[in-house]
Design a protein around this ligand. Structure first.
Ligand code: NAD
Length: 498
């Protein structure tokens, strides 16, 4: 059986460690095994990255950028192959995988501008014959740890910019769908990434703990669930590393009575059920302002859910594929049962949806709960499945209070035709990424991505300008070249410009 290896110093290596099966979530078939790196394997990858750092650091940024230009071309040439792997291991529909890869490529495009992005700040004559400048130097070896839900895009949020800045990198992708990241890393080597500059180790907590404790790792970028994000942040910073750890989410959409409810319902369908709700920016709660708005929305959503096509992700006529694993399917079903017990009204029950011919797949039809209230676990916890919760409130302020009180702060959006309400909402809501009539307000690659509250531990978001700051540190040089022959006595007062 095919084994998904590690990539260390430019070579695929099997390494030592435990083995785990990879299962196609659409069919239930075992497609490969992955070796979960032990400490020794991870340390080998770190050593390779450390050894590659001095030369790569001194490679001119324009040359590092050229490697990324070639990577962009290779990603486009190999898009079909990458998307097939995403769908085979994650389950999402191929068109959705295309969208994910395209967003990842946009991060590579942004990193291609690294010579301009690394330009420092310069001041002439800060004192007599004294000039000063700030420059942005790479950190050394950086690590990236990614979740299962965007197996191509999330690694591309991290390592292209990290190496563009002159760092070397060890990536640990999700052990549930590691193949796309490995293929992309190999394309990086074809594009000219020197051996050791980018290494991939597959693994689980053991690999993560090795990365967090090793003194040669300078910085860690993490994306995943909030409990693990918090653990990675506290452990990594306790080991004196720079850490950004992006966590889970519960994203609310607020629908005002004046919104275009046909378009809103369509937007909610994609945002709630696309990728089976396994997106950190998925809309999982809709707060309708007024009962009439809620009643109309429920009716429109019901109609659209009835037409939603569930099935094998390789078939692009499907809208929604399976959940990633059997265990995750059971977890999501558990939430649905709890929601019923807690008194929410399950107006669409997707649990009995079948996909003929794919009885071993992890399928769950779209579910819609109405009359969800604060305190219910389906509202307080992240479900990460195709379950949309409808809440009913009397006005916008009440909707905003519910959102602000929630522990997560990733994304939110407001559907309205009222500019004043839109401006008030985007100005005051305590959430990192806000959409107005845009259900998935994922920032473009040249902005940065990051939630508030317990959706992000650390100060800087990922990708875009924040990532240039995250993967570099500022050095300020002050330099004096006095006229030759000038003799000066010692000065004991603190240098000032007074
Ligand atoms: P996860 O937290 O289970 O795993 C993420 C990574 O952490 C994986 O590489 C995994 O191997 C590692 N890991 C898991 N348990 C660990 C442990 N105990 N110790 C050390 N490392 C451990 O997340 P997931 O299920 O793969 O992904 C889904 C989660 O990711 C959701 O909560 C989702 O909201 C979140 N997510 C957030 C963003 C964001 O930008 N905020 C983006 C995508 C996904």
């Amino acid at each position: 059986m095919n084994n998904v290896a590690h990539l260390i110093e430019g070579e695929r290596v099997r390494g030592t460690g435990r083995e785990q099966e990879l299962v196609n979530p659409s069919t239930g078939e075992v497609t490969a095994t992955v070796t979960l790196a032990d400490r020794q394997t991870v340390e080998g990858a770190i050593a390779a990255a450390r050894a590659a750092f001095p030369d790569w650091r001194d490679t001119p940024p324009i040359k590092r950028a050229r490697v990324l230009f070639r990577l962009k071309d290779l990603l486009e040439e190999h898009a079909d192959e990458i998307c097939m792997l995403i769908t085979r291991e994650h389950g999402k529909v191929l068109d959705d995988a295309r969208g994910e890869l395209q967003r990842g490529i946009e991060n590579v495009e942004y990193a291609c501008g690294i010579p301009g992005l690394l330009k420092g700040e310069h001041s002439r004559n800060v004192g007599p014959a004294i000039d000063s400048w700030s420059e942005f130097q790479p950190l050394g070896v950086c690590a990236g740890i990614t979740p299962f839900n965007f197996p191509a895009m999330l690694p591309l949020w991290m390592w292209p910019m990290a190496i563009a800045c002159g760092n070397t990198f060890v990536l640990k992708p999700s052990e549930r769908d590691p193949s796309p990241a490995l293929l992309i890393a190999e394309l990086g080597h074809q594009a000219g990434v020197p051996p050791g500059v980018l290494n991939v180790v597959n693994g689980d907590g053991e690999a993560v703990n090795t990365l967090l404790a090793d003194p040669r790792i300078e910085a860690v970028s993490f994306v995943g669930s909030t409990p693990v994000a918090e653990y990675v942040y506290t452990t990594g910073t306790a080991h004196h590393k720079r850490v950004q750890a992006l966590g889970g989410a519960k994203n609310h959409a607020v629908v005002m009575p004046d919104a275009d409810l046909d378009n809103t319902a369509s937007a909610l369908m994609g945002a709630a059920y696309g990728s089976s709700g396994e997106r950190c920016m998925a809309i999982s709660v809709v707060i309708a302002v007024g009962d009439a708005t809620a009643d109309t929305l429920v009716q429109k959503l019901r109609e659209q859910i009835a037409a939603l096509r569930l099935g094998d992700g390789r078939d692009n006529t499907n809208d929604m594929g399976p959940l990633v694993t059997r265990a995750h399917l059971q977890r999501v079903r558990g939430f649905i049962e709890r929601g019923i017990e807690e008194g929410a009204e399950l107006v669409v029950d997707g649990r009995e949806r079948e996909v003929p011919g794919f009885e071993n797949g992890n399928y769950l039809g779209a579910c819609l709960f109405d009359r969800v209230r604060e305190g219910m676990s389906i509202h307080s916890e992240e479900i990460f499945g195709p379950v949309l919760c409808m809440m009913r409130v009397e006005n916008l302020q009440r909707a905003m209070d519910i959102i602000d009180a929630h522990e997560y702060g990733n994304g939110t959006c407001l559907f309205t035709r009222d500019g004043e309400a839109a401006r008030y909402f985007s100005d005051h809501i305590r959430i990192g990424m806000v959409g107005i009539n845009v259900p998935l307000p994922v920032p473009a690659a040249y902005h940065s991505f990051g939630g508030w509250k317990r959706s992000l531990f650390g100060d800087l978001g990922t990708y875009g300008p924040d990532s240039v700051r995250f993967y570099t540190r500022r050095k300020t040089v002050t330099q004096r070249w006095p006229s030759s022959g000038l003799r000066e006595g010692a000065q004991f007062s603190f240098p000032s410009h007074g």
